[in-house]
Design a protein around this ligand. Sequence first.
Ligand code: CA
Length: 228
Amino acid sequence: MRILIVEDEYTLADALKAKLEKEKYVVDIAIDGEEGLYNALSNIYDLIILDVMLPYKDGFEILKEIREKDIESKVIMLTARGELEDKLNGLENGANDYITKPFHTEEVLARVNIQLKNPIKSNNKNIIKFGDLKLDVSKSKLICITNCTEVELVKKEFLVLEYFMNNPNQILSKEQLYDKVWGLDNEIESNNLEVYLSFVRRKLKAIGSNVIIKSSRGLGYKMEDQNE
Ligand code: CA
C-alpha cells in the first residue's frame, strides 16, 4: 500500500518514512503544501499523513480540495499540541484521524494500521487471500494453499501482486499499475511493467496456482481464478 507524507520538517518526515517502510508500506514525501496537493490529487495513495502548518498551502486547504475532488484516500492530520480547533476543523472536513505533535513514530504506525485495515484481508492483517493464493505481507511471500508451495517475492513483484489481490476480477489499467507500483516521479522504462508481470506469472505457475493474470488488449490486466 502506498502512503504520502506531507510534512515540511525533513527529519520528522524521514523518520516516519523509515518506520512505515519497515512495515512494507511504500512511502512518498512532499515537503510543502503545493507539492502535497499535486501528489494527493494523483489518487494513488491509500493514506495521506498531512501536516497542518505547511508552506504555500496548509493542510486544511489540501484536505478540502482533495475531498471536493472525491479522492477517498484516508487522511491522518498532524496538528500542534493543544490546537483543539484544528482537530475539529479537520474531522469536519473529512480527515479520518488526527495525531497531536510531538508523537512517537510507533503511535503513527498504529494509527496507520488501523486506517488501512483491509476488509478482504483475513483476521491476520498480514495475509491477503484470493483463490488458492495467500500473500504474506510481512514476509513478502506468495503461498499456494492447495499445493503447500511458496515462493519469495522481490519488492516490485510484491507490490504488483498486492494490488491485483486487493482488486481481483477487475481490469487494472497500465497507468494504474505504473502509478501504484512505481509512483509519480520515477522515470521508468516503458516495458518494465511487462517484465514484472512476466516474473509474477512465472511465479504463479511455479507454485501451481489456478490464479492467472489476463491481458485485455488496450485496457489493462485482470487477476482471475480459473476455478471459478
Ligand atoms: Ca509543519
